[in-house]
Design a protein around this ligand. Structure first.
Ligand code: ADP
Ligand code: MG
Length: 481
């Protein structure tokens, strides 16, 4: 039993007796306990997915007190998590620490794994982990089930857009056949439906490699039935499908409008659910929207759980770039990860982009830097180039038009948000898109000091990472230029 001793910490809200087998004391403060409390508090402020992605493997490396300030070093598991914590969560971590310690806090983040003595918080979904060594049997079971090797939970990043679907898939993997049956996952193209569905298959096989898991597309299923009917082998078809523990049918919308396929599917579905087997389906639309899907199938699907995956936010895209890069043996610095994630909107396109990048690096021996990313992003089929070719005047006009503001308002001194934010955005675009020097931007915006410009650029950069509206505004303005 240890009593927290630090003067400030003791006087704070959190005086309590703690049972720990191991403590690290710095300046009389048990840093494990302090960080545990900070994390509990952070969980109230950020989503569970954000917390488990970025905070679970962090810890306090060092803590020093000088005058009335604390200097704290936070260890992060990877360079990438360090960069993300620094750019996005610096303020909230600093505020939380200082409210516990009741002093101002200076923070730095470093890359340091926690040593084995420390209390290690386990991530819900460990990111950036290579696939485990599954053993031969498991590999065989995975390939017989027709699952893609890398589509596992370990390689699946979670954020607000897919958190519900992920939680449902996790629940199903823990309790197949009873949690939600069927689980119906729908959403746009390339946003992770197939990956998530397959992850359940992996998880079930990891626990029991003799489980009968089968992944197929709506099209494969249709072909199997058609062949069965043609060759009078429908019994083989039934033996194959009705004895499964877990059936995964990807893009089930394919069977809509096909009468005999839907008929056979209906009976397969009933037989499986009746015998306690799990079914997971994906589609590009919710059941109610799928045209020419039989009503009885719609109502069966609606009896289970229907979840959707929305477009990924910036953080999720960053995490996916990190995961995919790691799988390809690529190390991409965080500024470039941000650049890629900032310009590519779906996970599938990220994958395509990284393949292109890898070939540039290995075949053309290009150097991995901003220029290369810029060029490759610019070459994308439908992604817009990062930099725009326009004059400063064009940008000013576009911002005025976008926000319906006059030049005097935009360039003036007023600090009301309605005017100040467009002004900051204007500075941001001039600096980041036209690469104008800070001084030059200041001069153009009514003779402002370069530090004002720097502040504006920093502020918009921060906001653009987690504020959808700002990102949309930037895109909208770029389109007008
Ligand atoms: P969909 O089936 O929705 O069209 P996929 O599951 O095929 O999309 O995903 C497209 C690509 O994006 C795959 O390479 C997949 O691994 C990757 N991907 C999608 N979502 C995630 C995620 N949350 N974490 C990691 N990779 C993801
Ligand atoms: Mg798919």
């Amino acid at each position: 039993m240890h009593l927290l001793e630090a003067e400030n910490y003791k006087n704070g809200l959190v005086l309590r007796l703690l049972c720990t087998s191991f403590t690290i004391k710095m300046e009389g403060i048990d840093t494990n306990n302090l960080w545990g409390d900070v994390c509990e508090n952070l969980k109230l402020s950020v989503s569970g997915a954000i917390f488990s992605t970025w905070f679970t493997q962090t810890h306090i490396v060092s803590l020093k007190k000088n005058d009335k300030r604390h200097f704290i070093e936070i260890g992060c598991p990877t360079l990438y998590s360090k960069a993300t914590l620094e750019t996005r969560y610096f303020g909230i971590v600093q505020d939380t620490l200082s409210s516990f310690l009741k002093t101002p806090v200076d923070l730095i983040f470093t890359v340091k794994q926690q040593n084995s003595n420390g209390k290690n918080l386990q991530p819900v979904t460990p990111l950036f982990e290579n696939s485990k060594d599954h053993g031969e049997d498991l590999n065989r079971a995975i390939s017989q089930s027709k699952l893609r090797m890398t589509y596992t939970f370990q390689n699946f990043a979670v954020s607000s857009s897919n958190q519900m679907a992920w939680a449902a898939a996790e629940a199903v993997s823990k309790n197949p056949g009873s949690a939600y049956n069927p689980l119906f996952i729908w959403g746009g193209v390339g946003i992770g439906k197939t990956h998530l569905m397959s992850a359940v298959g992996h998880s079930v096989l990891e626990k029991n490699r003799n489980a009968k898991v089968y992944f197929c597309t709506g099209e494969d299923f249709t072909n199997d039935i058609v062949e069965g009917i043609r060759n009078k082998t429908t019994q083989d078809f039934r033996n194959k499908y009705r004895k499964l523990n877990l059936l995964l049918i990807d893009d089930i919308q394919f069977i809509a409008g096909k009468v005999s396929v839907q008929e056979e599917f209906f009976h397969t579905f009933n037989a499986l659910v009746y015998s306690g087997s799990q079914i997971i389906l994906t589609s590009d639309q919710p059941p109610s929207e799928i045209k020419r899907l039989e009503e009885r199938l719609k109502s069966r699907f609606e009896a289970g759980l229907i979840v959707d995956i929305g477009p990924p936010d910036f953080e999720l895209r960053c995490a996916i770039v990190g995961i995919k890069a790691k799988q390809k043996g690529l190390t991409i610095p965080s500024n470039l990860i941000h650049m890629i994630a900032g310009n590519i909107d779906t996970p599938r396109k990220i994958e395509g982009f990284l393949i292109k990048l890898l070939s540039e690096l290995t075949i053309k021996k290009s150097e991995l830097n901003e220029m290369l990313i810029e060029n490759l992003v610019g070459k994308g089929d439908d992604s817009s180039p990062i930099r725009i070719k326009a004059s400063a005047n064009d940008v000013v006009t576009a911002v005025m038009k976008y926000y319906s503001l006059g030049k005097k308002q935009l360039m003036g001194e007023s600090r009301v948000k309605r005017l100040a934010q467009p002004r900051q955005l204007l500075m941001y675009i001039l600096r980041t898109q036209l690469s104008l020097p800070y001084e030059e931007v200041g001069r153009l915006i009514g003779g402002r000091d370069h530090t004002t410009v720097m502040h504006a650029v920093d502020k918009i950069t921060q906001m653009a990472s987690n504020n959808v509206q700002i990102r949309e505004d930037i895109l909208g303005i770029k389109k007008l230029i």
